[in-house]
Design a protein around this ligand. Structure first.
Ligand code: ADP
Ligand code: TMP
Ligand code: ASP
Length: 238
């Protein structure tokens, strides 16, 4: 088994296995936690397995609603087998309420309901700190085609609708989230990477308590406890 990539939260190994003729890789969820492009580093025990279980539960729900995702099988507490995809070079962010970089950049308070969900694209480039892209830039600079942009927007909005319902059901507001997508050899588009408290903003509807990575980013308390709380709400025990 060969380590082919180590990122901030996960490692990718290739064991050269195919599933139904499709190449796969192994994705390992680490206990580490970073923010601000890894300028701030942390970790907590069992974070990797908590995020794996969280993402798995959400992906399974999305799969039932017709969303194709990259997970092939769960191998153990920290590792899953996924389709080896050609990743779109962007992070796709969907926002339902103002928060984070949107609120900061435009001088808005956090928590204001948006008229409709906002889909944004950020270039995946750590050196440039993942800059925001316009659709025009993406098409003109040939980062993605027009059809890829439209397909990514449609998939992101469908996922948003399902996630809003899923979290609302357990008394949690989905403020915003980030997803990544990739294509297989036949150019079919899949939801890839993860959906976890690292990649979403989740606020308790009653208390407005933040149950996501902002607890770590902003030093708001015990991030491990926040992750356990949101995991419990969606029925995960660690
Ligand atoms: P980062 O690269 O931002 O530090 P991670 O530590 O989460 O993030 O690393 C996981 C990497 O795996 C990301 O670069 C992501 O784009 C990539 N990835 C996610 N799913 C797949 C997949 N199915 N096939 C290939 N690469 C993937
Ligand atoms: P932002 O407000 O900082 O742009 O973040 C929007 C959403 O994307 C939020 O739910 C956190 C998530 N996110 C990531 O998953 N990875 C990142 O690198 C960043 C900047 C945000
Ligand atoms: N994902 C980025 C990092 O790990 C930024 C963030 O989530 O705040 O540094």
């Amino acid at each position: 088994m060969k380590l082919i990539y180590e990122g901030k939260a996960k490692k990718i190994y290739d064991d050269f296995k195919t599933v139904k003729g499709q190449p796969t890789v192994i994705m390992e969820f680490k206990d580490s936690l970073t923010a601000f492009n890894a300028q701030k580093k942390g970790q907590f025990s069992q974070k990797g397995q908590l995020n794996l279980k969280f993402s798995q539960k959400v992906f399974e729900m999305l799969s039932e609603k017709g969303v194709a995702h990259h997970v092939v099988e769960v191998l153990d507490q920290n590792r899953i087998r996924v389709l080896k995809l050609k990743m779109l070079p962007v992070e796709v962010v969907v926002r339902n309420k103002t928060a984070g970089s949107l609120a900061q950049r435009l001088g808005f308070a956090e928590g204001i309901q948006l008229k409709k969900p906002l889909v944004e694209f950020y270039l995946k480039n750590d050196t440039l700190q993942d800059p925001l892209l316009t659709e025009n830039q993406i098409e003109t600079l040939e980062i993605m085609t027009f059809d890829e942009i439209k397909a990514a927007q449609v998939l992101a909005l469908k996922i948003n609708l399902e996630l809003l319902q899923f979290f609302n059901h357990v008394g949690v507001d989905l403020i915003d989230f980030k997803i990544e997508m990739g294509k297989d050899e036949s150019s079919k588009l899949y939801l890839a990477d993860e959906i976890t408290p690292d990649s979403c903003r989740l606020w308790d509807q009653k208390t407005q308590e933040k149950l996501d990575k902002d607890v770590f980013r902003r030093d708001l308390g015990d991030v491990g406890e926040a992750y356990k709380k949101i995991a419990q709400k969606i029925g995960i025990e660690i």
